[in-house]
Design a binder for this molecule. Structure first.
Ligand SMILES: C=C(O[C@@H]1C=C(C(=O)O)C=C[C@H]1O)C(=O)O
Length: 356
């Protein structure tokens, strides 16, 4: 390419950057005005954010991919919203956990993060109003449900207002670039479970020790060359560790789903889910009877999970996700019918299906 041609394209980029800059600030000005109209009411509108991202993906002509433009607009909205009011998000810490990555994926880099020591603490912090929203893991495609989150959901006054789906890549991390002489591998129990086969093949005789978080495992490995950790990119970067082996999760589509909790749920975005928890009366065929109203009204179930109720021995509560919003006529109808049949029903919230 000649120097002339290069200069022409760079001049074009310089001119476009000025336009992009002007558009960004005009957009931010509108967001600030919207903030004034909201007048201290609810600032964050998950349904509107989902609609903005879906539209950008739909109308995107390329060559940038839909995923890429959605990620960029995620950050633009995050910056615009912070002019209305910066948000604070509680998540399972310390910094470097997948919960932190999920929080940033959903709220963008302009949000302030508040790492908490346990899932209980995340709920407590959000319930006390110390933060605006919370992000908690709820299920992993390899390891299944996160029981503590489900238990706390049944009692909390918080509502689910969003979901985040995060691909989970696990790495073997150490502060020295060799696989020799590892005495212990630290990680969170869920992550050890996700890499079970890899560990059996590559480090069969090394003791596996579960700790409170992957970030804690990385911290221990950073402090002592006898130890390795299994954790993700964020923890590797934060503790400056070498990746001795990358993407060691047994299941290639290893994915964790997180819920966003807050003082309100979301209004309808046009493509939503509703989460419910209920218990069946203790009699034969009760679960079948309980779920029949959904099928009869054409409400699709996207998740069904049972969990001991913790009240009576061998009694269970059921976590059910359905397609649609709790204000959609057929969902309203189905919930009414469920309330007649179930011993207990709680609507945990309606929220947009994850876009990113
Ligand atoms: C600007 C608004 O406030 C926030 C920022 C948004 C944006 O930048 O597009 C969208 C929804 C809200 O979370 C709005 O409600 O429209």
């Amino acid at each position: 390419m000649s120097d002339d041609l290069l200069k022409q394209h760079r001049d074009a980029i310089d001119a476009l950057d000025l336009k992009v800059l002007q558009c960004l600030n005009e957009r931010a000005e509108h967001a600030r005005k919207i903030g004034e109209i909201k007048g201290g009411g609810v600032i964050y509108r998950p349904e509107r954010e989902a609609q903005v991202l879906r539209r950008i993906k739909d109308v995107n002509p390329g060559p940038l991919s839909g995923e890429t433009v959605a990620r960029l607009f995620r950050e633009i909205m995050s910056a615009c919203l912070s002019l209305e009011k910066p948000l604070t998000i509680a998540h399972l810490g310390p910094s470097g956990t997948f919960s932190e990555s999920a929080s940033v994926k959903h709220f963008g880099h302009a949000a302030n993060l508040k790492p908490c020591v346990s899932i209980d603490e995340v709920f407590r912090t959000a319930e006390s109003g110390d933060v605006d929203y919370a992000v908690v893991p709820v299920e992993n495609s390899t390891e299944g449900a996160v029981g503590r989150t489900l238990d706390l959901l049944t009692q909390t006054p918080l509502q689910i207002c969003g979901e985040v789906v995060l691909r989970i890549h696990q790495h073997l991390l150490r502060n020295t670039p060799s696989l020799e002489g590892i005495e212990k591998v630290y990680s969170h129990a869920q992550s050890l479970g996700q890499c079970h086969e890899w560990l059996n093949t590559h480090l069969p005789d090394v003791e596996r020790v579960s700790v409170a978080s992957n970030a804690e495992a990385a911290r221990l490995a950073a402090a002592d060359a006898r130890f390795a950790a299994i954790a993700g990119d964020a923890a590797a970067e934060r503790f400056n560790l070498t990746q001795l082996a990358s993407n060691i999760e047994d299941e290639p589509n290893n994915t964790t789903r997180f819920l966003v909790l807050g003082p309100h749920d979301a209004t309808s975005s046009g493509k939503d889910k509703t989460s419910l928890v209920m218990s069946a009366k203790n009699q034969p065929g009760a679960v079948h009877q309980l779920l029949a109203p959904l099928a009869e009204r054409g409400v699709s179930m996207t998740k069904f999970e049972s969990r001991p109720s913790r009240i009576g021995l061998w009694e269970y509560v059921f976590f059910v996700d359905v397609e649609g919003h709790s204000t959609d006529a057929h969902v309203v109808d189905a919930i009414e019918a469920l309330k007649e049949r179930a011993a207990f029903v709680k609507v945990l919230g309606s929220y947009p299906v994850a876009v990113l």
